[in-house]
Design a binder for this molecule. Structure first.
Ligand code: HXC
Length: 280
């Protein structure tokens, strides 16, 4: 543990998509630091399994079944959390959906599945949480999971990139609008962190996995502990003054993909020798 015990003891946290992958890793980290947790997702079976695991290690955790594409279900979910814990003061917008497809092949249903989850679900949840906090004068934080392609865009996952760009715009908009009301809003832009949900859909085979690893300046993927530590810091009292910021955690991947000459890193020393001359 890189943090002091009970760092998050005053935090009651809703985590969307909190039963699997990155959401579950963050839930465990926050819980071990003393937070109370409400994990939210569509799948009750996954929620119950995750809740059981978290309780087993002494974490106070409840679950709520909710499809974040549905405004009414979110409202019900927030009420459930408030009646279990009395209140809550952190929202983690983690739930997402994505698949790889050439943009020209996308159907209306496919586009909706991504945009309704990633963008609208995040906005739905944040606005309803904010309404509750403002009405009850509660100091609170929103942490949203964006992506480095929030600002670069990315082919083949275009609806996700467009939606994640919106998540970033929401983060900055709410930081300015709700800061005066005691609500801060921040985001994390992760690079590749292996989770079953993302890997099954987006990485698929070992050839592409190798390519991804090679183009990362640090030559590896992130581990879930690293991103969970960052998330814990961003919602901790020590980070109260960080508002409207997006923190990238990707080993330098997106910069490497963008820098004009970074591709030279793929050359052998012999191939590189051609550049080692002075032109008069
Ligand atoms: C083409 C597809 C498709 C695929 C779904 N669709 N999968 N099209 N290729 N592989 C389209 C079809 O048009 C389908 O309509 C429509 O999407 C809805 O699909 P359903 O499976 O019926 O919907 P649903 O159950 O809502 O599923 C949503 C989902 C799914 C997003 C499509 O993948 C999901 O639930 N994902 C959640 C977990 C996840 O995606 N994790 C990865 C997040 S990683 P038809 O008419 O054909 O049924 C991430 C960040 C990446 O977001 C950053 C990395 C660096």
């Amino acid at each position: 543990m890189m943090f002091r015990d009970n760092l998050l003891k005053d935090r009651t946290i809703i985590i969307t998509g909190g039963s699997t992958g990155l959401g579950h890793a963050m839930a465990e980290k926050f819980g071990l630091l003393g937070a109370k947790l409400a994990i939210v997702s569509r799948n009750e079976e996954n929620l119950k399994a995750a809740e059981k695991k978290l309780r087993k290690i002494g974490i106070e955790c409840e679950h709520s079944v909710c499809n974040i594409r549905d405004f009414e279900q979110i409202s019900r979910s927030i009420n459930e959390v408030v009646s279990s814990f009395g209140s809550f003061n952190v929202l983690i917008n983690n739930a997402a959906g994505n698949f790889v497809s050439p943009s020209e092949n996308l159907t209306a249903k496919g586009i909706d599945a991504i945009v309704d989850t990633v963008l609208k679900g995040t906005i739905y949840f944040s606005t309803q949480a904010g309404k509750y906090w403002i009405e009850n004068h509660i100091k609170a934080s929103i942490l949203s999971i964006a992506a480095t392609y929030s600002w670069t865009g990315s082919g083949y996952v275009m609806p996700s990139a467009a939606a994640k760009a919106g998540v970033l715009a929401m983060t900055r908009s709410l930081a300015a609008e709700w800061g005066p009301k005691g609500i801060k809003s921040v985001a994390i832009a992760p690079g590749p962190f292996p989770t079953k949900g993302a890997w099954d859909r987006l990485v698929v085979d070992s050839r592409y996995e190798d390519m991804l690893k090679k183009r990362n300046p640090l030559g590896r993927f992130g581990n879930l502990d690293e991103i969970s530590d960052l998330a814990a810091y961003l919602i901790s009292p020590g980070a109260d003054y960080i508002n409207g910021e997006v923190v990238t955690i990707d080993g330098g991947e997106w910069l490497n993909a963008g820098g004009e000459f970074n591709i030279l890193g793929n050359l052998s020393p012999e191939e590189m020798a051609v550049f080692n001359r002075r032109v008069k």
